[in-house]
Design a protein around this ligand. Structure first.
Ligand SMILES: NC(=O)C1=CN([C@@H]2O[C@H](COP(=O)(O)OP(=O)(O)OC[C@H]3O[C@@H](n4cnc5c(N)ncnc54)[C@H](O)[C@@H]3O)[C@@H](O)[C@H]2O)C=CC1
Ligand SMILES: N=C(N)NCCCC(=O)O
Ligand code: NA
Length: 511
């Protein structure tokens, strides 16, 4: 097991291609495994944000003139840089966020793939330019260009620190925007390293800037800045609302990837053993700190006792350990604040009458760090807090249903609409249920697999706009119509008036 590696680099803010110090105080980097301080990041304030936006605005003047193919060259180099530093990036991601090293490695691979994928889309963007629009008139020729918006700000969470940044930075740069990234103060380390990698890749100064710091000091000014053309946000509903309101003051568009309480519906014709693996993955991966975690489980009554018994055994067999252990499958949650919030939810669950099937506390063998056992509640009813609110931890709420209509109705009774899953051997039923579910992402016979090519985002309080795929790139473009008049004929709209011979003196004016 790797228990030591390179120390976390001490970085400042990355503005205009240089490391700079912040106006504010430095903030501790905390390792969730034991609560120790392992480094520090700069705490930016609104003056630092102004500098970063100014650098990005200046860089945009040149960057917007590059071709997609030129930008793709930079993105591919950054991808190579991420790949070359995979092991240290994954190591630092685990130190900073607490996720199992196997997950961190997968995340870093996804980051590298994301840069390559959007490199390809940047090249394709050149081919998509000046596309004809049939306006149905032979005297006119219309075409469409997709142009960058300008300076884009990306405000990102701590659950997939580098990956959530990549989902925004890659398409934004691919489309020709410049970026100011504000990662979460709880896990900024790998986002700063992304700046270092971009710099080594030769990305021109100011094209990609990173300002670390608290939400209220650095995130808020980045949401309300008039020099910012768009804000891309992933995080909580409450913060998303504040960011969106601030951007709305400037009439700036946003994309909002917010919370969830995604349902997973299990029908009696499923293969129980296989299903239990997906259920566990859907709520215990990344310690349940996934916005699309399938945290509400609906089981058809006839198989509930059998399925729950197997799920309990599986939950209790998950390896909870130092996340640097390659076999670890459940690490600590990100912070002391999240740890106590999750434990509070567990208490509320018990108090409101839900039955604790397994877990519910700190694992006895891990007395330090922000660990919580894989936890499953049964007999949860739709009015209970743990059924309605996002816990963002390894806590599954389960309930039963009798028929398909009831399952869909209960699943849709939520303020959220990010993910949903349905498990059944009946393909037609899966399609029917998938169509009926109010969600931006529906998984059939699985939970959580995520692909760069497929759109990501939610409905209702889970937000709006889509990341990833073509949708994720188009969200960072402005559509320009260019229309040419191609006829030789003179515009024949104003009829030639015969010049009047009347003069004013001919007009009799009534006194
Ligand atoms: N949907 C998701 O992926 C995520 C959901 N959450 C939910 O949010 C809860 C709280 O976690 P937090 O870390 O506090 O999430 P948050 O939504 O406050 O943080 C997300 C980002 O927004 C920034 N931010 C905070 N206040 C801001 C403001 N006023 N203006 C602009 N930016 C601001 C933060 O610094 C961070 O970079 C979690 O327990 C979880 O339920 C948290 C992170 C990710
Ligand atoms: N990479 C995977 N599998 N999932 C990403 C989830 C992103 C989110 O929580 O918003
Ligand atoms: Na941390």
């Amino acid at each position: 097991m790797v228990t030591s590696g390179p120390p976390i680099p001490q970085r400042g803010l990355f503005i205009n291609g240089q490391w700079e110090s912040s106006s504010g105080r430095r903030l501790d980097v905390i390792n969730p495994f034991d609560g120790s301080v392992i480094g520090s990041i700069a705490g930016a304030d609104s003056h630092d944000v102004d500098r970063a936006v100014a650098a990005a605005s200046k860089a945009f003047k040149t960057w917007k003139k590059t071709s997609g193919t030129q930008r793709a060259g930079y993105l591919r180099k950054i991808s190579d840089g991420v790949k070359a530093r995979r092991s240290e990036l994954a190591y630092w991601e685990t130190l900073d966020n607490g996720k199992p090293i196997a997950e961190a490695e997968a995340d870093i691979d996804d980051v590298a793939a994301c840069f390559n994928y959007y490199a390809t889309l940047a090249e394709k963007l050149d081919e998509r330019q000046d596309q004809r629009v049939d306006v149905g008139e032979e005297d006119f020729l219309s075409s469409v260009r997709r142009e960058p918006l300008g300076v884009v700000s990306a405000i990102t969470p701590w659950n997939y620190p580098q990956l959530m940044a990549a989902w925004k930075v890659c398409p934004a740069l691919a489309a020709g925007n410049t970026v100011v990234l504000k990662p979460s103060e709880l896990a900024s380390v790998t986002c700063l390293e992304l700046a270092a990698i971009a710099h080594e890749a030769g990305l021109p100064p100011g094209v990609f800037n990173v300002v670390t710091g608290l939400g209220r000091d650095a995130g808020a000014p980045l949401s309300s800045h008039p020099g910012v053309a768009k804000v891309a946000f992933t995080g909580s509903v409450e913060t998303g609302r504040a960011v969106n309101l601030a951007a709305a003051q400037n009439l700036r568009p946003t994309t909002m990837e917010l919370g969830g309480k995604s349902p997973m519906i299990i029908f009696e014709d499923c293969d129980i053993d296989k299903t239990v693996e997906w259920i566990a993955f859907g709520i215990f991966a990344n310690s349940g700190q996934i916005c699309s975690a399938t945290s509400r489980l609906l089981i058809q009554k006839s198989i509930a006792p059998q399925l729950l018994q197997k799920l309990k055994a599986r939950a209790e067999s998950i390896k909870v350990s130092n996340p640097l252990d390659p076999d670890c499958r459940l690490g600590p949650v990100v912070s002391e604040g999240q740890h106590s919030k999750i434990l509070k939810y567990i208490e509320v669950g018990k108090k409101e009458g839900a039955k604790l099937l397994t877990g519910g506390a700190r694992p006895p063998h891990l007395q330090k760090g922000f660990f919580i056992q894989p936890t499953v509640f049964t007999d949860v009813t739709p009015d209970m807090t743990i059924w309605r609110q996002e816990i963002f931890g390894p806590v599954l709420a389960t309930a039963t249903f009798t028929d398909e209509a009831e399952a869909v109705r209960i699943a849709n009774e939520s303020e959220f609409g990010l993910g949903a899953a349905v498990v059944s051997a009946d393909k037609q039923r899966c399609q029917r249920v998938a169509r009926a579910l109010e969600a931006g992402i529906v998984w059939i016979n699985c939970s959580q697999p995520t692909f760069l090519q497929a759109p990501w985002g939610g409905t209702k309080n889970s937000g709006f706009g889509r990341e990833l795929g073509q949708w994720g790139l188009d969200a960072f473009t402005s559509v320009k119509q260019i229309t040419s008049y191609i006829s030789d004929a003179k515009l024949d709209w104003y009829p030639e008036m015969v010049k009047s011979k009347m003069s004013l003196s001919d007009v009799s004016v009534e006194p």
